[in-house]
Design a protein around this ligand. Sequence first.
Ligand code: IVH
Length: 718
Amino acid sequence: MIFHWGSIPNATNHKIFRVILLSLLLIVNNITISMLARIKELTQQLNQHNYNYYVLDNPTISDYEFDRMLEELMALEKEYPEFMQPDSPTQRVGGEVTKQFTTVTHVFPMLSLGNTYSIEEVTEFDRRVQNALLQKTEYVCELKYDGVAISLVYEKGRLLRAVTRGDGVQGDDVTQNVKTIKSIPLKLFGDYPDFLEVRGEIILTHNAFERLNAERDDIGEPPFANPRNAASGSLKLQDSSEVAKRGLDCRLYLVLGENLPFKTHYESFTKLKEWGFKIPEILQKCNSIEEIRRFINHWDTEREQLPFDIDGVVIKVNDIIQQQQLGATAKSPRWAIAYKFKAKRVATQLLSIDFQVGRTGVVTPVANLQPVLLAGTVVKRASLHNNDIIQQLDIHENDWLYVEKGGEIIPKIVGVELSKRSETATKASFITHCPYCNTLLIRKEGEVGIYCPNEWSCPPQVKGKLEHFISRKAMNIDSLGEGKIEMLFDNGLVKSSADFYKLKFNDLLGLEKRITSEENPERIVSFREKTVENMLAGVEQSKDVPFERVLFAIGIRYVGETTAKKLARYFKTIDAIANASKEELKAVDDVGEQVAESIVQFFNTVENLENIVKLREAGVQFQVNETEQQLLSKTLAGKTIVVSGVFSIPRDAMKQKIELHGGKNVSSISNSTDFVVAGDNMGPEKRKKAEKLGIPVLSEIEFENMLAANNYELLITN
Ligand code: IVH
């Protein structure tokens, strides 16, 4: 029988329709509800694993399993954004961009601490406390972290806001950026109060600081002077995914709120721990000045062993009622005091200021000082960093300057002894022209640095670029290191990286350089046969360096090692990168507006293009070498593929698999997509679009079968 609506009476018609509709709704609802349940489950599990790793230092699953779960959650949240939980761990990877940080008024003003520099002043503080309280007082000693103060506000157990100190009354809302710090809980456990404010210091460990500066050097950015500046700069970045990469951390030091469930400052940390916070590793109850003195002395000498900077010790009255009785002045609490470590400081005379020019043209002023002994080493030079610092310190010629060495390794100029200034001394000024090539210097909008724009013939810039080109992570020509670049450049043999490939044995043999040092007044070194052979062999070998490292070596600003790798794998050839628009470049992971802009600018510069042509002629790799990439097969050669949903392997691994079989990954479905590989929970919108455009959708198993059969045509037409 042929069934059609018209053959059934109208009322029945409606009934059947309603039943079908209801069942459909039920199915759809069930799917959606199970998705919500899965999102909640993953959120809870991942948060627990984060806590185990970052707070308890005791991970219970592998990084691989963690990434896999996180990827599943990210995919689900993408399809069902309405189900994303407020404490979702995906916020840890950032992504949100804050154009302008909003100003927020602190619930409790952020006071500062009274400072002391001697144990006598600490004794004096103790006397004041005892006199006011008329009873014995216990103290807690903790470290004074050298970072950026932060206020974390939790409402009903959720991180609502993270605000900088600002002027103490109002600060900047940096919540999105702070959410990327994995030791800061987004949601609390246990019997937390409805409202809670926790204060602490955002810091950068020495390891994270060194890694960050090394990466900045790779992409031609000036280094941060110290971890505090780096932490503060990172907290104010607009792109939270950039913040996530910086590896910030936090040390907590104060809990505020009403009717809090503890009676002492020390106990507050026990509660913080129960609620899911990471608590400081060093904290000590002290019942006498003698104990406090021992704590101070211990950390004054041991601070260099810590993995982060501290600049003193904080001594706090332990009992909260006693704290309240003591109260605060307008500026600082009477129940706490900071003992600041004395930075070792000396005064010495400024002899002159040198202006150094780096690979990207940034000009750095460096003070030449009358040599002086400071904390065991002789200091002769100290960086003045930038013009703003010269202006702030108001340095004049031949001034007597104070040089300090705190916890940090690098000495710092901190002030001027005005009484020793000669009346005729003129103000130190920043140069207007490059000391190496006499080009007029420029200040780029929004940047503190002053630049020499003559990037193609300013000697230190050219030498810096050449040094970057041969460096280990780039072309790795170590036979050209150790001063050889200087000799080649000074003798006019190498002006751009392509010139390395034109070097001839006879040009190099016997090449001389005069070296003057303090130990040896003058020495002449020259290239011998073996040296020259090694140099030329190194250059020759570099022709095999894969494209991704060549792309890093050519020194596009902001294109570091990882970005170069991703660009090379995505675009495959230098021509494709050079011809890509900003939008096309931004399709690559890690490439944002700034990086895309810099790439476009690089390929709009004739000198860069000419150099690339010459490098290519010399035999340097400018495309991904398929054998090198060890293609497993060419099954997917020339095919454009979209992956969507969750697979039995991480999504990145799926994409890599496609590339290993010669295919190309793209993120959205269009007419030029050859097929879609659909995992679990593929988005309905994507599926609809594929159907509309008639693009085949393969399951993971179908896809694997296709690869196993090594036959694209066979399966795609099925
Ligand atoms: S307690 C109401 N404890 O030092 C008193 N502060 O001027 C709150 N700091 O900017 C401060 N380590 O960010 C306290 N263990 C510590 C600290 C600490 C670093 C910072 C704080 C503030 C400055 C005090």
